[in-house]
Design a protein around this ligand. Structure first.
Ligand SMILES: C[S@@+](CC[C@H](N)C(=O)[O-])C[C@H]1O[C@@H](n2cnc3c(N)ncnc32)[C@H](O)[C@@H]1O
Length: 175
């Protein structure tokens, strides 16, 4: 299932309703760890892999990692393909993907990050915080019944092969 929210409280409610004790969770856009702490208490027998590229996150998240043994922080830009490849290779199975690049942040970038990370990691559930995506969903209608049960788009996820992630490559700092 894929849950969308804009209000941060609803994003955190989605965490409370969906994260289980043994889940391994990827949290994209952890900032200084306000929601990371909530996840960390929910999945005490799993790990929270928290990502943020902001320099502000470093000290706060490193301190949080000392206090909460199941938080692992990555100071990285999630648009870089190496970040996803390295992570997927090392840590494998992920149950929940959380994406919050800023609630009002570009929905196109948020969708692309969600689509590529979820297609590779295939989580059971994805939780996304973004206003534009909710607006798009609530303002759209289709007569075709294409729908996914998991936390990724089943109709197209298998077309994403890590070697062919040209979309992500376009954002790479190297290009
Ligand atoms: C609104 S804050 C997240 C708040 C946090 N989820 C919470 O509940 O407290 C958005 C975060 O996304 C991070 N971010 C934006 N673009 C990013 C990117 N390309 N890679 C990694 N982090 C990014 C920002 O640095 C910022 O800390």
């Amino acid at each position: 299932m894929i849950h969308l929210s804009y209000d941060r409280k609803k994003y955190q409610e989605d965490m409370i309703n969906n994260v289980k004790l043994m889940d391994n969770v990827v949290e994209i856009g952890c900032h200084i760890g306000t929601s990371t702490k909530i996840i960390s208490r929910l999945n005490q027998d799993g790990t929270v892999y928290a990502f943020d590229n902001s320099p502000e996150s470093v000290e706060a998240m490193n301190n949080l990692g000392i206090e909460y043994a199941n938080i692992k922080f990555f100071n990285a830009d999630v648009r870089n393909e190496e970040v996803l490849y390295d992570f997927a290779e090392k840590y494998g199975k992920i149950d929940v993907l959380c994406v919050d690049l800023g609630g009002g942040y570009h929905p196109d970038t948020v969708f692309k990050v969600f689509f590529i990370w979820s297609s590779v990691l295939k989580p059971r559930v994805s939780l996304i915080r973004n206003r534009g995506l909710i607006d798009f969903i609530n303002s759209s209608i289709s007569s075709e019944n294409i729908k996914s049960e998991g936390g990724y788009l089943e109709s197209s996820a298998d077309n994403i092969l890590p070697k062919n992630l040209k979309e992500l490559k376009r954002w790479s700092d190297k290009l």
